[in-house]
Design a protein. Sequence first.
Length: 134
Amino acid sequence: MDIKLIQLQSHGDERGSLVSLEEEKNIPFSIKRVYYVFNTKDKVRRGFHAHKKLKQLAIVVKGSCRFLLDDGNEKIEVLLDNPAQGLYIESFVWREMFDFSEDCVLMVLADSIYDETDYVRDYEEFTKMVKHDS
Ligand code: T46
């Protein structure tokens, strides 16, 4: 599986750093929704689903967390700990997020508004769908 980590240009000077996110420029889609996960409790694991259509870019703007990405053939863990780096997650990739630092703020840009029918929350169903697809 190809893990796409997008390097975002950080404009730094003596005042600090700034990262800009622009749709169809450094973000490879039109941004329809932004959400963020924070205040995560110790040892919590989130996600446990794939999306049928949704494409997203995950950026840890503070702290760190890990993603497990699984395309049905391969499972890869990715550490996100850099606010100038985005993890691109395409459709039909099972994801779990874990090892959140106490201060973690995980921001996600999405190419569509929230739609519960786009979620595949059953792992068996997910593996059948990706095997059927390939
Ligand atoms: C994903 C990973 C990385 C909304 O009402 N609107 C929204 O835009 C979202 C994302 C969620 N919700 C509601 C649905 C649930 O009642 O917020 C609650 C928590 O959502 P969920 O359990 O899906 O959260 P995670 O952290 O397991 O997954 C989220 C995204 O849902 C998902 O698309 O890829 O982050």
